[in-house]
Write a protein that binds this ligand. Structure first.
Ligand SMILES: [Zn+2]
Length: 277
């Protein structure tokens, strides 16, 4: 009788130890999985980065505006191309752009509206310095999180950074034609931090940058639009231009692009004071 009870105590004791061991093992495996110690554990680092991003209270230009600016015909040089925001460029000629009008014709490059600004290097007299922008560090316009990075080959890399404004709104800054990208997707970055350097494209070395109210340009244009009919959709970063048969839908502002320099100057609180000190 007593031996039976001893056996029972030993039996349940062993069962208890086994159950506790299994529970500890399961807990350890779960912890390891969610910490990303196993395979494909990139979820948590991304979330941590987004949570730790500082709000974008102040904006700055991606390059020194004393040495870099858009190209303006007559003022910057003799070339008939204007690289400000929301301009059309007859000087870009008739080779096709990705938009297709309602008659099924591909749109010449001279017709689309520029959705960003192209900044080239300038000399002190305001004249363009072709090719001089290559290798120049490009800085983040505000605090945020890198949401997209892609190598486009000859055009260099494109980066998209998400910014959380103080009142809950969000905007995205986009940087085209970067070489050597210094940041990673999911990384929290601060205003002024170097994102990469301008890709060397010879005389055409420049930064195309945008400020916009949408994260990805995939399916930006509906099927009944010139962008949807052509090959302008399906790219997260967009194509840098807008156009439509309906003049009211041609302008970049209709699709959610903002004027980059105007946006920065409106959100440049107390920068001047800080710089004069
Ligand atoms: Zn451009």
């Amino acid at each position: 009788m007593i031996r039976h009870q001893v056996k029972r105590v030993i039996f349940w004791g062993i069962c208890g130890v086994v159950l506790i061991s299994l529970a500890v093992l399961a807990g350890w495996l779960l912890l390891r999985h969610y910490r990303g110690g196993g395979t494909g554990g990139s979820l948590l680092p991304t979330l941590v980065a987004i949570q730790s991003a500082e709000p974008a209270t102040t904006f700055t230009y991606p390059l020194d505006p004393e040495r870099f600016a858009p190209y303006m015909p007559q003022q910057t040089g003799s070339l008939d191309v204007d690289t400000l925001f929301d301009v059309q460029n007859p000087g870009l000629g008739n080779h096709d752009k990705c938009f297709v009008n309602h008659a099924g014709q591909q749109l010449p490059f001279s017709q689309p509206w520029h959705a960003g600004e192209d900044w080239f290097a300038h000399a002190a007299d305001g004249k363009v310095q072709w090719g001089r922008a290559a290798g120049e560090p490009v800085q983040a316009v505000a605090n945020g999180v890198v949401s997209w990075a892609q190598n486009l080959g000859g055009e260099g890399n494109v980066l998209i950074v998400e910014h959380h404004l103080p009142h809950g709104e969000r905007v995205w800054s986009v940087y085209w034609h970067l070489a050597g990208v210094h940041v990673a997707v999911g990384e929290a970055i601060t205003r002024g931090q170097t994102l990469g350097v301008i890709h060397d494209r010879g005389l055409n070395s420049h930064l195309h940058w945008e400020i916009r109210t949408f994260a990805t340009a995939t399916e930006l244009f509906p099927p009944d639009s010139a962008g949807g009919r052509g090959k302008c959709n399906g790219y997260v970063m967009g194509v840098g231009y807008t156009w439509d048969d309906d003049p009211a839908r041609a302008h970049p502002g209709y699709w959610g692009y903002l004027h980059p320099s105007e946006f920065v100057s409106r959100h440049q609180i107390s920068q001047r004071n800080r710089m004069s000190n």
